[in-house]
Design a protein around this ligand. Structure first.
Ligand code: AKG
Length: 331
């Protein structure tokens, strides 16, 4: 069965540009996400079985569903939490290069929606992540930030669209995202390193609008929340006993600085700063090109690029953010 969507409507595009976000409830058929859910479930299964063989755990909850298995495993063995998270997506995040992940990143309905925002020459920006928001695991709660806070400053005025896709229904209870509407027009605000749960964060007083203006955005499975790189957003606690699984992907026009056409060893000091990728440590890749279809990266090329960047450890963008200090007065 075909997906029903092709591209965004004019009112969706207008809403996105005006408000800095738009929630599309029916981007995919929910069942289109099942292969990726199975791929991630397979990693957890492999990881649990390996730890069982090594004698590090005794119960692997084989019959537990995707929404609860990791919670059960982590609750029994908090000391293995980091291990499970790094098995799912690698130490620094973004190192999962499974075929089903690639298929979702290149999903035709998603790329058509992106074409409505960034045009027909589409690069998947290097930063994509899998996020299991496990009940009670602090790391899942992410403070206010703009994605540009992580990117190089010469990309501040370029559009990089974040596509946040839940792999379960994302609700107020299990910790969907909050956004500050229209605040993307303020440009990049001050961020600090080492905010709540160790993340890069904007203190409430530095937000373009007070957080009381925040909008909470539940997203059903099959839907997606689209954000600009300047839209302040945060991720709320999961108060349920099931995992809020999601992925976040990013897309930009090929005309935005990118490393999609080079390997990490191609860099040298002579590179003009403005041509360096917005997030240079990880590899961008071409997902749609109307002009030259042959430049679209195949699955094999995608894996090679991601692995090569992963093993090179290029430095991240320097923005000069200072350290977070706990405010003396509650904000
Ligand atoms: O998935 C989450 O809870 C947060 C995601 C996020 O903040 C982001 O993708 O920038």
């Amino acid at each position: 069965m075909k997906e029903k969507r092709f591209g965004l409507t004019k009112s969706e595009v207008d809403f996105f540009l005006e408000e800095g976000y738009v929630m599309i409830p029916d981007l995919f058929r929910p069942s289109s996400l099942n292969p990726l859910r199975r791929e991630i479930a397979g990693i957890i299964d492999k990881s649990a079985n390996l730890l069982l063989q090594e004698g590090k755990l005794t119960e692997i909850y084989e019959n537990e569903p995707f929404e609860t298995r990791l919670t059960r495993l982590m609750a029994d063995h908090p000391e293995l939490q980091k291990q499970f998270l790094s098995d799912i997506e690698g130490k620094g995040g973004g190192q999962h290069t499974g075929k089903q992940m690639f298929n979702i990143i290149r999903h035709p309905a998603l790329l058509s929606a992106m074409e409505s925002l960034v045009g027909p020459e589409i690069v998947a920006s290097s930063v994509y992540r899998i996020r299991p928001k496990v009940p009670g695991l602090g790391r899942g709660v992410i403070p206010w930030h703009q994605d540009s806070g992580y990117f190089a400053p010469h990309c501040d005025s370029s559009l990089i669209v974040t596509v946040w896709i839940p792999l379960v229904d994302a609700t107020v209870e299990n910790g969907c995202l909050q956004v500050l509407p229209r605040a993307h027009r303020a440009g990049v605000v001050k961020h600090k390193w080492g905010g709540p749960n160790g993340y890069l964060a904007v203190q409430n007083r530095d937000l373009p609008l007070p957080p009381k203006h925040a909008i909470t955005v539940p997203v059903p499975m099959g839907g997606a929340l689209l954000l600009t790189n300047l839209t302040p957003h945060c991720s709320t606690p999961n108060t349920t006993d099931t995992i809020r699984w999601s992925i976040d992907l990013r897309y930009q026009s090929r005309s935005v600085p990118t490393n999609a056409f080079e390997m990490p060893e191609d860099y040298d000091d002579s590179y003009p700063e403005v041509t360096i990728a917005c997030y240079a440590p990880e590899g961008d890749f071409v997902v749609r090109s109307a002009k030259s279809q042959e430049s679209e990266h195949t699955y094999r090329q995608f894996v090679t690029r991601r692995k090569r960047y992963e093993s090179t450890e290029l430095p991240g963008p320097k923005r000069g953010w200072s350290k977070w200090r706990k405010p003396r007065m509650p904000e």
